[in-house]
Design a protein around this ligand. Structure first.
Ligand code: XUL
Ligand code: CO
Length: 438
């Protein structure tokens, strides 16, 4: 039975189209810098926002009906969500989805064995329903923040028993990820942090989180998971301070505990801005460390300051993001819309408008970022800015073949250096505008 019966398959119609159910920029087969848009942009649907969340917030109940014709809390509803999700992805030409274990089935709070049985049943159903399609999992994860048992953390909990439940959920979620063909497995440290240092042994907690991750890697590799593990940094919310504050912090943690060969970053735009960074900054830090894995595509609101998870519409930011991603050679993961409709956007039509907006925004960002690279003025400026390092002494510095004494002797000889040259920010911002709006 068709669920989104009034909505057609979304096709590319070009920028002059006024059809609300058409892509204006996302043209899956268009080739940009040697690859199709579809290859550059493996888009994914977040099971939780799109199929589970109904607009409920801290101030009021849900506004959107996500029952899809079944009674919420039942396995029939879990299956109806699978049917709705597959139809939704097919109508948009999206081939990936991301999930938490408890997005897929109602959790049995009194018996994890029953939850796991339900997960087996639903994953069989997903496989059956996606057979013959290109739809598969981008990444899976375990929700280790919703259930009250995780109130003091999961890997960072004070309770050995709770730690066992975190382990059990990771084990099951890894099995599901492998079964569903996932490219990645995410750790988002929702409750891994603290409210006050008065009651928290930070070193103890971080060591335990690292141990859990090591066990996850060992188990995952043992059951044939060849993809990347990801940390998804976020500085705060729900905790006052979360350990995976930003990419630099998470990368330092991974290196300290010897996890850096198996892990990369899953960078979420709204988490970047919560950490007082740009999305572009977090992508750059990940890329230069060889850890750019996947992206949670959304945006925050600078006037609100919490995790609003809006669908991305800011073309400037998307362009800068795609600039970083193209320069890094692409993602090994994909673009997961960890984004939700605004509470009053409560219709099925709104669900499609949101994805069309997000996909067109990243398509435009891709087109414009490629033009920025092909234009060449930015690269040319940066090369010129560091050109003094092409000198004999510059080369020695880069090759670690000099000493403080040799450099100080050179300074003494010069007495005072020449002006290092303009940073030309306004010129470069003008170049970007010129590329964007020409
Ligand atoms: C929360 C968030 C999560 C992760 C997966 O801010 O982004 O949905 O993406 O747990
Ligand atoms: Co996210």
């Amino acid at each position: 039975m068709e669920i989104f019966a009034n909505i057609p398959k979304i096709e590319f119609e070009g920028k002059n189209s006024k059809n609300p159910f058409a892509f204006k920029y996302y043209d899956a087969d268009r080739v940009i810098m040697g690859r199709t848009m579809k290859e550059h942009l493996p888009f994914a649907m977040a099971w939780w926002h799109n199929l589970c969340a109904n607009g409920q917030d801290m101030f009021g109940v849900g506004t959107a009906d996500k029952s899809f014709g079944a009674i919420p809390g039942t396995m029939e509803h879990a299956k109806a969500k699978v049917d709705a999700g597959i139809e939704f992805m097919q109508k948009l030409g999206i081939e990936y989805y991301c999930f938490h274990d408890v997005d897929l089935v109602p959790e049995c709070v009194t018996d994890i064995n029953e939850t796991n049985r339900r997960l087996d049943e639903i994953s069989d159903y997903i496989l059956e329903k996606t057979r013959g399609t290109n739809i598969k999992c981008l990444w899976g994860t375990a929700n280790m923040f919703g259930n009250p048992r995780f109130m003091n953390g999961a890997g960072s909990t004070n309770s050995v028993d709770v730690y066992c439940f975190a382990a059990a959920q990771i084990k099951k979620a890894l099995e599901l990820t492998v079964k569903l063909g996932g490219r990645g497995y995410v750790f988002w440290g929702g409750r891994e942090g603290y409210e006050t240092l008065l009651n928290t042994d930070v070193k103890f907690e971080q060591e335990n989180i690292a141990s859990l991750m090591h066990m996850a890697v060992e188990y995952g590799r043992g059951i044939g998971f060849t993809g990347d593990f990801y940390i998804e940094p976020k500085p705060k919310e729900p905790m006052k301070h979360q350990y995976d504050f930003d990419a630099a912090t998470a990368i330092g943690f991974l290196r300290q505990y010897g996890l850096d060969k198996d892990f990369k970053m899953n960078i979420e735009a709204n988490h970047a801005t919560l950490a007082q960074h740009t999305f572009q900054h977090e992508l750059r830090v990940s890329a230069i460390n060889g850890m750019l894995g996947s992206v949670d595509a959304n945006q925050g609101d600078p006037l609100l300051g919490w995790d609003t998870d809006e669908f991305p519409c800011n073309v400037y930011d998307a362009t800068m993001a795609m600039y970083e991603i193209l320069k890094a050679g692409g993602l090994t993961g994909g673009f997961n819309f960890d984004s939700k409709n605004r509470r009053p956007s409560n219709t099925y039509e709104d669900m499609f408008h949101a994805f069309i907006l997000g996909m067109d925004t990243f398509a435009l960002g891709l087109i414009k970022a490629a033009e920025m690279i092909e234009d060449g003025r930015l690269d040319e400026f940066v090369a010129r800015k560091y050109a003094s390092f092409d000198s004999e002494l510059g080369r020695k510095i880069r090759a670690h073949e000099t000493t403080l004494t040799e450099l100080a002797d050179r300074a003494a000889e010069l007495k005072a250096p020449a002006n290092p040259g303009s940073g030309a920010q306004e010129y470069l911002e003008g170049v970007v505008n010129n590329v964007l709006f020409s």
